[in-house]
Design a protein around this ligand. Structure first.
Ligand SMILES: [Zn+2]
Length: 125
């Protein structure tokens, strides 16, 4: 079952975890601040940014799900590369790996000319 998708255009606003209130996306003076991934709360499954072509954060649960689905991952310069066999894993399929009962994905899109989208998988516990 795929994740429920929640789309947002509030690209210059802070984002808080709906479960624990953790400040996921920080903004200072209207600019996004790069997060400290070592301090993400337990409810975040993954983060990826459309312009980077790979996740910048994967939780330990997400890595377990990758292993069960034979998805390999390597990390270089803070960006994960995902592969299935010899093929690159299609990130559009990422949200299909999780149980939609307790989880959802928030997509934050910056308007033209950027159109950059940041994807956050969340799991409520
Ligand atoms: Zn949280």
């Amino acid at each position: 079952m795929a994740l429920q998708i929640i789309q947002s255009s509030l690209y210059d606003s802070p984002l808080y975890c709906p479960s624990c209130g953790f400040n996921v996306v920080k903004c200072e003076n209207g600019e996004l601040v790069e997060p400290d991934y070592t301090k993400f709360c337990d409810h975040i499954l993954y983060e990826y940014i459309s312009e980077l072509w790979g996740p910048t954060y994967l939780s330990s649960k997400t890595k377990e799900i990758f292993k069960k689905n034979n998805i390999s991952f390597t990390q270089e310069d803070g960006i994960y590369t995902l592969t299935v066999g010899d093929e690159e894993f299609d990130l559009a399929e990422l949200s299909n790996l999780f149980d939609g009962k307790n989880s959802f994905e928030i997509q934050i899109t910056t308007p033209a000319p950027s159109f950059q989208t940041i994807y956050y998988g969340f799991e409520m516990k």
